[in-house]
Write a protein that binds this ligand. Sequence first.
Ligand code: NDP
Length: 315
Amino acid sequence: MENNQTEKINLLIIGSGPAGYTAAIYAARANLKPVLYQGIQPGGQLTITTDVENYPGFPEGIQGPEMMIQFEKQAQRMGADLRYGLATKVDFSQKPYKVWIDEEKLLEADAVIIATGASAKWLGIESEQRFNGYGVSACAVCDGFFFRGKEVAIVGAGDTAAEEALYLSKLCSTVHMFIRRDEMRASKIMQDRVKKTDNIKMYWNTETQEILGDKTVNAVRIKNIKTAEEETLPIKGFFVAIGHHPNSDIFKGWIDMDEEGYIKTCPGSSKTNIEGVFASGDVQDKIYRQAITAAGSGCMAALDAERYLSENGLH
Ligand code: NDP
């Protein structure tokens, strides 16, 4: 199955968010002839957001999908070889490294940049999907601004939810926070901050039943799972902060990760435990998760890959 479809390349970039495209731009300009596979969601998480107003260089803001088209065009113009396809399996036991695309095509690459990103977890209710981008968001830092002075809700009880609730409390009139148990998972200090913030209203043992609205969100129906009491709150924004999962499954067993599956990189670089394999963007960052930080780390990965290839006589 593999032999007739094997292709040998210099640098493979897996993923097409800000990290992957930025790595491709730098690598192409350094004449590394990068091949980039775009994965299941070309453009990554930004393709499911609306306005991006915090990426420097776009004073009027830009739509997330449009921004990723611009990234893609720039990578293409620099000469990166952009392809549809999903990396489905790797073998990093020897050089050149093997990566299978769509379970059939085999690539052998001297260096690999992993930029497969992370995906937000969702509640899984129908109305959440229907209003996604129309009042429902998984990123307060990205979208909180659109709800200035308005009432919003946030679901989740970890550090991210606490941090995002605090962020929203500075912009919005009231933040209703739905916690499914009678305690929070967040660190004590973050819990204390949330509890001390006057305009954050906490709802314990609470589940979201339905997000309501017409074209955009205007209310949410919740249920206390202990008392079975239901309540409808008028809100304009509904934020989901119940965690992310890094898209790192195919690298398990090869690349060092933390217990949640985030790839470990050497501090201050994009190097992984395997020489010549680099990681950038959200797949190795559970703290910042911004387009600009992902792009920055994609640049680091391309520079690290270039150095590795030239030091090893591979470029
Ligand atoms: P976590 O996994 O820590 O927390 C997820 C939260 O969402 C939990 O409270 C969980 O509830 C809740 N949840 C999960 N599924 C549902 C659901 N279906 N309905 C309602 N609630 C749900 O994710 P985070 O993103 O908050 O944090 C990830 C990691 O990153 C953690 O290690 C965290 O400490 C770290 N982090 C650190 C920061 C910092 O140091 N500044 C900032 C942000 C994150 P339950 O508790 O009941 O399971």
